[in-house]
Design a protein around this ligand. Structure first.
Ligand code: FES
Length: 103
């Protein structure tokens, strides 16, 4: 399946729903959250993020579809259907400037 960012995404067969700060998006399965924020054209301060698990600047809070809450690194977290991102890292904002949160 092709996308405008097709060459930076991992292979995928379908889109899956995830929620970020109360807004639900359809995103390619089998990809890490940080890459999907790029796919969704979130405003990312690229210099803050190493993309390889070293800096920890991409830490975020989430809730799984099972209700389990936790924290993870956005550059390591492969999204699952129903993932709910409760808080974004500093330096990442929604594309329309909406910074609302359900918390
Ligand atoms: S971007 Fe550096 S740890 Fe995730």
């Amino acid at each position: 399946m092709g996308t405008p960012l097709g060459d930076i995404l991992e292979d995928y067969d379908r889109l899956i729903p995830i929620t970020i700060l109360g807004v639900t998006y359809q995103v390619p399965e089998n990809n890490i959250l940080l890459r999907l924020l790029q796919y969704l054209r979130f405003d990312i301060m690229y210099g803050r993020f190493c993309w390889n698990g070293d800096c920890k600047n991409c830490a975020l809070r989430f809730r799984k579809s099972t209700g389990q809450e936790g924290s993870a690194l956005g550059c390591q977290l492969v999204v699952q259907p129903g993932l709910n991102v409760l808080q974004l890292p500093t330096g990442i904002n929604p594309p329309n400037g909406n910074s609302s949160s359900e918390d």
